[in-house]
Design a protein around this ligand. Sequence first.
Ligand SMILES: [Zn+2]
Length: 416
Amino acid sequence: MKYRLRKSCFLGVVLFAFSLRLVRGEDAVGREIEPWQPGMLDIHQISSGRGNAGLYIFPDGTSMLVDAGELPRKTPRQTPDRPDGTRPAGEWVARYLLHALGHDPHPSLDYALITHFHDDHMGGISGSQHKSRTGDYQLTGMTWVGDNFQIKTMLDRGWPDYAYPKPIADAATRNYRGFVRWQSANNGMKAERFLPGRNDQIVLKKYPAKYPNFEVRNVGANGEIWTGVGRETRQHFPGLSGVPPADWPTENMCSIAFRVSYGKFDYFCGGDLPGLPPEGFPVWHDVETPVAQAVGPVEAAILNHHGYLDSQNEFFVGTLRPRVWIISTWDSGHPTARVWQRLRSERVYAGPRDVFATDLHPATRNVVMGIEKLTSDHGHIVLRVAPGGGEYRVVIVDDTSESHRVTKSFGPFGSR
Ligand SMILES: [Zn+2]
């Protein structure tokens, strides 16, 4: 009798747990990822093998694409194209968006943002790109996405003059500017310069009143960095007149950084910001330190500069101290050994952490000791924050095909 009772209790618990799982639409390994639902915050780090691309779906359905990179050439340092080399990265990203925004009968992007003007973040030019059928620009990375998707507001660090610290006139940026001009004149796109310190430039476009505890805080761009107080900013770089041109801020140093908050949940993204200046360079080439002072602890963060050797300084890692790190990887230097050590070190900060990479290069496996402790080393990474922001999961999705099949699932993790 006792045994029977226990058995039926057990069965009841199993059934209850199973029904909960169905009700909550949780992602099961082997099945297609569940669609986004109102109230959820989804952050997709898309694996393409050609650059960075992150899709954000805010709790009211507002969408934002952060970067759509397309390195125009392949070298042995790079991982294979994902899913494969039959389409350019911009097209693969656009197809991914179509699926991820499938809940919307007329999918579009409320915002697109380019963290900085490098090929692996906006799309490069090699001469073999297709031309747009409508506008006078070539299709690569962000311009491919924008040719196929309506982008309502385009944000970057340079609009309208693209002149800091000096005129940005390389072929890829000229092409992107041609795209911005054409889309603004003919397709109703609004272009804006990203404004550090503000929390009202990137906002919920559909039902803002429903989610008062959601915020996107613009942290920095072009060396102008939020202080952490109100909307105050200060310029971290010195005036250029007193600086020899060889020491001027680099494109990476000018990267856009922002924080997404939902209740207790915080997420940081800072493009390719450096935190460890090369030997002989001025200390203000460290941009991570003032950014970390403003941002403080977060639940999750994407590594600056793909974990390359000039990034993730000790202060930055110890101040943000996330539970979940995401690395956008496609190069054998992503991440480098010392960066990996700092991420893992319990002397830098205490407590457990998991690190997820979009695609680890085989050479990195041999060079970086302990890299096998990555929680996941390939696949699209989907950070799924539950309604209210109290907990979140990490779901890994197959990047070798367009199956959208869940390969691994982690969490829930509680927001602090
Ligand atoms: Zn980059």
